[in-house]
Design a protein around this ligand. Structure first.
Ligand code: ZN
Length: 83
């Protein structure tokens, strides 16, 4: 006899899928949609991070050397208003 999935199992499956989709977020770091966890950045900003990025954020020193904050260097062109 071939295995037939009973209807109630399908319903359960559908609920699981729906729950899984509900748990999905866009990762703040890599912009991929996956199951993310909340991470508080610098005790200030709440972001969502996937497992991989969460590990990297927790252990930034493993792998490549720590990169400094790259702030785009733009100077303010202070031009006096000539009205
Ligand atoms: Zn990520």
């Amino acid at each position: 006899m071939p295995e037939v999935t009973p209807v109630k199992d399908w319903v359960k499956l559908r609920e699981n899928v729906r729950r899984a989709i509900g748990a999905l977020e866009v990762c703040w770091r890599c912009q991929r949609v996956s199951e993310c966890q909340k991470y508080i950045l610098g005790n200030m900003v709440l972001v969502w991070l996937c497992g991989g990025c969460l590990t990297e954020v927790h252990h930034p020193q493993c792998g490549r050397p720590q990169t400094r904050n790259r702030v785009p260097h733009f100077r303010k062109t202070v031009s006096p208003d000539r009205a």
